[in-house]
Design a protein around this ligand. Sequence first.
Ligand code: BGC
Length: 412
Amino acid sequence: MKRYLIASALGALSVTGIAQAQSVEVLHWWTSGGEAAALGVLKKDLEKQGITWNDMPVAGGGGEAAMTAVRARVTAKNPPTAVQMLGFDIQDWAKQGALGDLSALAAKEGWDKTVPVALQNFSKYNGKWVAAPVNVHSTNWVWANKEVLAKAGITTPPTNWNDFIADLDKVQKAGFIGLAHGGQPWQEATIFDGVVLSTGGVDFYKKALVNKDKAALGSDTMKMAFDRMSQLRKYVDKDFSNRDWNLASAMVIQGKAGFQIMGDWAKGEFLNAKKVPNKDFLCFRVPGTQGMVSFNSDQFAMFNVANPAAKDAQLKLASAIMNPSFQSAFNVVKGSVPARTDVPDTAFDDCGKKGIKDLAEANAKGTLVGSMAHGHAVPASIKNAFYDVITQHFNGKMDSAAAVKAMVQAAE
Ligand code: BGC
């Protein structure tokens, strides 16, 4: 008995001994209320395993500032354990040899069978797993305040462009702001994803924004997409410049504005404010994009770490991220949907259930496209050149004809 007690005490000691030595440093841009709540789910999960979480938040939706911070850390030969990353950025770092290899863990846990191939295309480099996908977001969503819509006489969400514009008009006439928007390039690009899909459909989107086809980029359809951006611009309030996306969400939440076009991370803000889908707010696809999904997946890119304890903690982080129950718990809060196909939708609210169904259907039908705004259509250099054009046009610095020409140049 005595010997057993000593042995188990020693066991406990050594377990905590290792655990205390383990930590992960995670760089991310999840700083809004809803995002922080979701991140809390991951932090707690790791802390339960005795792994210390060193938080490295770099604010700025879309992750531009975070990516600058990562470059500085890698240049200083001191990369974080894991970095929240989108699409082509993961591939860029993998190409530079900066990422570790998660393939043994992936094989053991069967990631190949459960992660959609559209995501694997970004999580793997030369056949090796280099990142763990935590979610699938999508950008072609509209968020609406139900009470504001009712006051404006709108009972059902619009399903085509002209009805959307008519509804924006009604909301403004009823004394509210039509479109809640934050004037930052990535937010304008997020709207643009949905507008291009709605204007030209999936094939056009792919030609123009994924394949950088010059004829598509320079086409009348693209010009029409820009004209529609100008239409939307009329429903934005005068203080929009440089407003953060979550403050724009708050305008809808608080009943100051009718609609926001934003990825489903916006839902995290509504939930964080204790709002209920279909009771307080509506989620629907950008009118004209029903059945289509422009996705972006947050993945944790795992950087090369030298010491074995750090590597072990990194693998535990990756394994925690890929755990099906964690994927449910996390994505319920984040507004996104799981990055695995085997997670039930039972714990999700109406918008989440729709998101899961839409993703599966779009994946099966070939109407799933990578979000240009969030790094899943073209590499960062071209994405940033597109951002410039879209933002200049949105701010009236160029007309639609000039914007179309500039898009062709930006793709070169
Ligand atoms: C990320 C989301 C994040 C949003 C706003 C997107 O690029 O994929 O996870 O919530 O930016 O910060």
